[in-house]
Design a protein around this ligand. Structure first.
Ligand SMILES: NC(=O)c1ccc[n+]([C@@H]2O[C@H](COP(=O)([O-])OP(=O)(O)OC[C@H]3O[C@@H](n4cnc5c(N)ncnc54)[C@H](OP(=O)(O)O)[C@@H]3O)[C@@H](O)[C@H]2O)c1
Ligand SMILES: [Zn+2]
Length: 385
């Protein structure tokens, strides 16, 4: 998955997001779009959108739903501006035919628009859209790897949220290009055999998806999965296991808190030398994080940092209120390009916490060893409900 790709051709972190009925449908066959999510889940989706650099839907969804694809919350847009990011994420669509309605809401709302298409579709799309959107042909057929490489290299997209439809989701999952899947399951049954399904037939990477989190959001249930592609990720070593176990032991030393996780971290050079260690709220600092505490003990000029690994019992944070820089950012700034962790951060304190996305977007590799998840969670039992 993402870890391997980060070492070869840089891609954005790819998050697939969809709402489905209990029988796995994305919609019914009626003329109106079927509302699957409720207000609480639409707000959750809005928060995830606000965390993305770009939002992508297929041309089929544009034609069927006429979506605007905006960050609706003015507060979230203000936060993006304060971070120096565009108010709205870049909006992206894909089409082979170039058959796009220039009057659709997608083109007349929000931020910049981008169309990926084939050589054949480009002329038509450009004629229909004029200056409304950038039209990028990707050859005789649209190759998703080329699309993701272009988004990363030319448009600087580190985090891409894909909102359907099924044709697009199916290809990204089948081609092993999805880093995360958010599935909101709604309590209704469509029952129509002609209704569009989330995932179509075909060959998918083998193995079970790993459940990162599940929780009710109103009357829908959100499930977050990380697709795993056995044999493609970098293999953990015995040393990785030893140091991650050490990080989990450090997590046990944290003063308990009702408002923050207990986490342990170790920074280890490529030759196996421990450079520093830390844990949450150590030394009487009520807000210090484990990775932050450990990195603060390293010498920024230490030439071993670029080859070092940060072992952290919990995925490094992507956003935090208590300090200007989250740990994922501190790790990248320190020059470290490898992180091994036991457990992806649940949405307990931050919605769409995605340190892995920040790290992978910054060129780092992230390895998750789920066999240590239980020990990493142990000191946090009281927070996990
Ligand atoms: N519940 C949800 O979360 C959700 C989210 C989104 C959509 N939906 C539903 O999903 C349905 C639409 O799904 P869909 O599968 O028809 O649409 P889609 O995946 O949005 O779009 C399919 C279209 O995208 C273009 N495309 C996809 N892959 C391509 C490739 N490799 N190369 C070139 N072009 C490519 C093609 O456009 P051209 O035909 O122009 O060549 C294709 O027809 C609607 O009913 C909508 O309501 C539901
Ligand atoms: Zn942190």
């Amino acid at each position: 998955m993402s870890t391997e790709r980060a070492l070869t051709e840089p891609h954005p972190y790819v998050l697939l997001s969809a709402a489905v009925s209990l029988d796995g449908c994305l919609d019914d066959t009626g003329p109106e779009r079927l509302l699957l999510s409720g207000p609480a889940d639409f707000d959750r989706v809005d928060a995830v959108r606000a965390s993305a650099d770009a939002l992508l839907v297929g041309a089929g969804t544009l034609r069927a739903d006429n979506p605007r694809l905006l960050v609706n919350s003015a507060e979230r847009r203000a936060e993006r501006r304060a971070q120096g990011r565009p108010e709205y994420p870049l909006k992206v669509t894909v089409t082979a035919t170039g058959d796009l309605d220039p009057g659709a809401a997608f083109w007349h709302t929000g931020g910049e628009k981008l169309v990926y298409t084939t050589d054949r579709g480009a002329a038509k799309a450009a004629r229909l859209l004029g200056a409304t959107a950038d039209v990028v042909p990707l050859g005789p057929a649209l190759d998703w790897r080329a699309l993701l490489g272009h988004l990363r290299a030319v448009r600087g997209v580190g985090r891409l949220m894909v909102e359907g439809g099924g044709t697009v989701h199916t290809q990204l999952l089948q081609q092993g290009l999805a880093d995360e899947l958010h599935l909101a399951v709604a309590p209704l049954i469509v029952g129509d055999p002609a209704a569009p399904r989330l995932f179509g037939p075909g060959r998918y990477p083998e193995g079970r998806l790993r459940l990162i989190e599940s929780r009710p959001v109103g009357d829908v249930v959100l499930m977050r999965y990380a697709p795993t592609a056995p044999g493609t990720g970098p293999l953990p070593t015995a040393a990785d296991r030893h140091w991650l176990r050490t990080a989990c032991e450090l997590a046990e030393l944290c003063p308990p808190s009702e408002t923050a996780f207990s986490v342990g971290a170790v920074v280890v050079a490529a030759d196996g030398t421990e450079l520093a260690r830390g844990h949450s709220r150590e030394g009487g600092d009520p807000v210090v994080h484990a990775e932050e505490a450990a990195l603060a003990r390293t010498d920024p000029a230490d030439p071993r940092l670029p080859g070092a690994t940060v072992y952290s019992s919990l995925e490094p944070c992507a956003r935090r209120a208590s300090r200007p820089a989250p740990c994922a950012e501190l790790i990248l700034r320190a020059g470290v390009r490898r992180v091994v962790t036991a457990w992806r951060e649940p949405d307990t304190f931050v919605v769409a916490a995605d340190g892995t996305g920040v790290l992978v977007g910054g060129g780092a590799e992230v390895v998750v060893l789920p066999e240590y998840e239980a020990s990493a969670k142990a000191p946090n039992r009281h927070l996990l409900g």
